[in-house]
Design a protein around this ligand. Structure first.
Ligand code: KG4
Ligand code: ZN
Length: 350
């Protein structure tokens, strides 16, 4: 079964065709990074208008020379993401599905990221999935593609968001994550006394064993950067200190989830899964008997292959959209995953 996937949740316009959820026949991604660079962040209205400008060309290229007769279904990201951006891809997908008389499969963006490692590897269930991106940081337990639960997520900033904000404070440009990652490798995390005792929230209390917090680390960086002379050498060391703390927190919470559940397989996906420090730190779990499967680099950031792949799993499980399918902006609307119960304070992890 061949599915055309369309992704437009943030600042990438993408289209891909995936066969039976595994063979990627074509994969086109147009990134708006240069368009948003002057603003040092994604401007939602500019993003949606550029999706509108590009979507036709990207989908034509994404067909990879195939014709509508070669396609069995059309899938598109329904959320979470920027509403205006989502509407472009979803509406385009509806129009194609209608015109070509194909089923429409709406795909959850988080579920699509979780699927990305499956595009390049056979992964046995159950597994723990660490999904880290510009908008989300969460640990899931996946029993099957369509049976998973959120173990914990960030209570404030996502890790990618923290990378981007700290990079902005350091004057590194946008998007800051990859630049900060590269700089961190050239620095020594313990060179500057000022950056030694960085906060590592949240502590591993029973309620917070799988929960993350990145706003404290970001604020700590902001205060310390103000007290530091911004020489190139100091910036390298500051980047290294930030990366060490950010990665240690992700690693610690992931280990908690693996140890508590006894599950031996870990997947890593989302834009921040491209981070070299994180990949190294989690790959080290391999020596402790865990199988660690990171998404291939080209499927870490937003792309449509993961959408088409995930759509296959959804289609097999019976999921169909129709012309009333809506877009949604927040993770709280995750429909398929089981939501965790509220804690004593009424907080949920999503
Ligand atoms: O998954 P993605 O493309 O979009 C969202 O769904 O958010 O993730 C983008 C995020 C950005 O915050 C970007 O800075 C971050 O992933 N990122 C990285 C790296 N590459 C991308 N963060 C740290 N290190 C990297 N190498
Ligand atoms: Zn994403």
């Amino acid at each position: 079964m061949r599915i055309l996937g369309i992704e437009s949740s943030c600042d990438e316009t993408a289209a891909a065709i995936v066969e039976d959820g595994q063979r990627v026949l074509s994969n086109q991604v147009f990134s708006q990074i240069e368009i948003h660079q002057p603003f040092q962040g994604v401007v939602p209205e500019i993003a949606s208008r550029n999706h509108l400008l590009k979507i036709m060309e990207v989908v034509q290229d994404g067909m990879g020379g195939l014709t509508p007769g070669d396609i069995d279904a059309v899938a598109a990201t329904e959320g979470p993401g920027l509403t205006g951006s989502l509407l472009v891809g979803l509406t385009f997908a509806k129009a194609i599905a209608y015109a070509w008389n194909k089923p429409l499969i709406p795909v959850n963006h988080i579920e699509a990221h979780a699927y990305a490692p499956h595009l390049t590897a056979e992964i046995p269930f159950p597994y723990i999935g660490l999904i880290v991106s510009g908008g989300h940081t969460l640990l899931i337990r996946a029993n099957a593609h369509t049976d998973w639960e959120i173990l914990g997520s960030t209570i404030d900033d996502a890790v990618g968001e923290a990378y981007d904000k700290v990079a902005k404070l350091m004057g590194l440009g946008y998007p800051g994550g990859p630049i900060l990652d590269k700089l961190a490798h050239e620095g020594d995390p313990s060179a500057l006394p000022l950056f030694r005792d960085m906060p590592r929230f949240l502590p591993d209390t029973p309620a917070d064993r799988y929960r993350f917090s990145y706003s404290g680390l970001k604020t700590a960086m902001a205060y310390r950067l103000k007290q530091m002379e911004a020489t190139p050498e100091n910036l390298r060391h500051a980047a290294a200190a930030f990366q060490k703390s950010a990665v240690e927190l992700l690693t610690r919470k992931t280990k908690n989830a693996l140890e508590d559940t006894g599950i031996k397989t870990l997947t890593i996906s989302g834009g921040v899964a491209a981070n070299t420090g994180l990949r190294e730190s989690l790959a080290a779990l391999g020596a402790k008997g865990y199988t660690v499967v990171p998404a291939a680099l080209k499927y870490c950031g937003d792309n449509a292959a993961m959408v088409a792949g995930r759509a296959y799993a959804d289609y097999i499980a019976g999921k169909r959209g129709d012309m009333r399918t809506d877009a949604f902006s927040r993770l709280a609307f995750v429909k398929k995953g089981k939501r965790p119960p509220a804690d004593a304070q009424g907080r949920r992890n999503s």
